[in-house]
Ligand binder design. Sequence first.
Ligand SMILES: C[S@@+](CC[C@H](N)C(=O)[O-])C[C@H]1O[C@@H](n2cnc3c(N)ncnc32)[C@H](O)[C@@H]1O
Length: 257
Amino acid sequence: MDELNPSIPNVARMYDYYLGGKDNYAADREAAEKILHAAPFTPVLARHNRRFMQRAARHLALSGIRQFLDIGTGLPTQGNVHEVVRPLVPDARVVYVDNDPVVAAHGRALTATDDATIVLRHDMRDTGALLADPALRDAIDLGEPVGLMLLSMLHCLGDDEDPYAAVAALRDALAPGSHVVISHITGDDDVTDNSVSVYGRANTGMTHRSRDRLLAFFDGWTLLEPGLVRLDEWRPEPSTGTIGAGGGYYLCGVGAK
Ligand SMILES: C[S@@+](CC[C@H](N)C(=O)[O-])C[C@H]1O[C@@H](n2cnc3c(N)ncnc32)[C@H](O)[C@@H]1O
């Protein structure tokens, strides 16, 4: 796994910069500024991505899900899954997983006083090691439904890394009644070319996928209404607001097993 190297732009820290966080270095800010130049709406998309995650997590909690597995969790920022679901399910168990050492260290500090929330460092590509981790098995009962959160992370994996197989392996391991929440970058034009080239020099790439390729992540799941839509179109609430320019660059959806 990559260890901390502040001179290589890092996808988690670039995302932190878009969200106005302070956990980023000069190389991250420089790469992020290149993205912002071509796609100035990126911070708006990042905020709407968080809002979608929060609406979907609340929906799952209200549907009776009591355990959550959030993979590619990112640097801690306000309104993480455990903060969103606890008011609805006080004993909810939340497992955060990220392969980034900085994310894992921050996350451990954040959840040090919370027995029902843990942070594990794993690579999603190795679902076998993740699912076999005794810490995960202690926290999550695989015989009961799980809310699997894959927000803005599957596009970090190229097709050659087979994210479809990883999602399918997780689906097969989870109990009926489990749900998957996905958001993912899409689009194919100049903005895409720029982002592919900037992220090509970062610690992970950035793979834009078509609507059909995104629907394929939901194979074996039943896509809930309103289907695969823009971030501001998934069950919006009065406070959701609209994205405006760039809204079509992200799609999201929730599937049930
Ligand atoms: C753009 S951030 C998304 C953060 C959060 N899920 C959100 O949507 O607000 C992507 C995260 O995925 C993590 N990530 C990328 N590839 C990964 C992999 N193969 N396994 C686990 N985590 C990964 C990165 O370290 C980063 O923290």
